[in-house]
Design a protein around this ligand. Sequence first.
Ligand SMILES: Cc1cc2nc3c(=O)[nH]c(=O)nc-3n(C[C@H](O)[C@H](O)[C@H](O)COP(=O)(O)O)c2cc1C
Length: 345
Amino acid sequence: MNHHHHEEPPPDSANDTGWSESDGQWPMRPVDRLIYASLSRVDRSVLDEMRRIRDHAVRNNGPDGLRVGLMHMNGHFIEWIEGPGPAIDALMARVSRDPRHHGLQVIHRSTGQARLKRPWIGAIVQAIEPPSLFAARVHTWRLRHEAGQVYEPAHVWMNVCSPPAPDMPRAGEGAERVMLLSARLAWAFDLLRWLAGVSSRRLVQRRYAASADDVPDVASDYLDLPDLGPGGMRLIAHARRGLTMGVAHALMPAHGAVVLILDGDAEANVRLVQKVLDVCNQTQHVPTIIGVGPHDSVTAELADRVQANGHAWIGVRSPLARPDVSDLWAVLEPVLDQFAGQASG
Ligand SMILES: Cc1cc2nc3c(=O)[nH]c(=O)nc-3n(C[C@H](O)[C@H](O)[C@H](O)COP(=O)(O)O)c2cc1C
């Protein structure tokens, strides 16, 4: 294991990414949405090539009313495009002639709610599996698309880029998705790593190299737990600064709950809660918010703040003053199990 400790930087200033928190409102009118995947021909310096693509995309997409998320992973490109239909067709005509990739397959097209908030978001994920496995999923989803089966683009994106573990109930369809964030340090990542160890399950660690200058690299790990709740659960750890960026933002509505690992630092707790509430507000999503931490960290002030924004709040107190990850899990697990049961019932 190479990254054994994910140090997040100290409590982030409201906007250290340069991503304005207020430009995140989605258009309310329905937009056209398309997702394609292709085989990358880029072998050396993917980052340089992504930056060249970025330069074209920021010049063209904004004026054309397009917003895209482009990811390079496992030898493939996958691009999620939103905007006016004719502009999408024009972009697809250009992109399909681009020699930097081949074998382009459209795996989704529909009209509906916009999810992406910028003309261009790019990310490079370190390979986590052989390209052939990724290609097989692309093929499956292309067949579904061609058979006229309609899904939300977020659903297609998640299933292609981060498929459920093979032993998840009902092929992962009923799984509850729960986001994990920590007010300080990297507790969310530490908890998942510990949990993967004690359960002997595979932790999927993703490193996103951001291909815009104003966006830092971030990590996001996830772990599938088939026995939690009736349909299993995916726990996804995000860095605080990763939350407002890229597709993490677009995928917020897929989460039934957000777990906040609180800290002795009350100000850091409030900052995190407010950040999550802002993103939920931008994405018009109202997940249950679960605060877990040392006894004193789970305050009425946090509960009030969360509930005032229309969210259900569950405070989970460890009896210990300095709980470690196993102590936190001991109090959190039954709450998550019950939450998943209620959510699906
Ligand atoms: C995987 C991939 C994704 C791309 N995405 C975009 C995009 O979102 N917008 C865009 O204008 N060009 C994109 N391009 C670049 C286009 O293929 C083409 O080079 C560019 O649009 C030409 O731009 P120009 O008219 O500024 O020369 C992409 C290229 C690749 C290989």
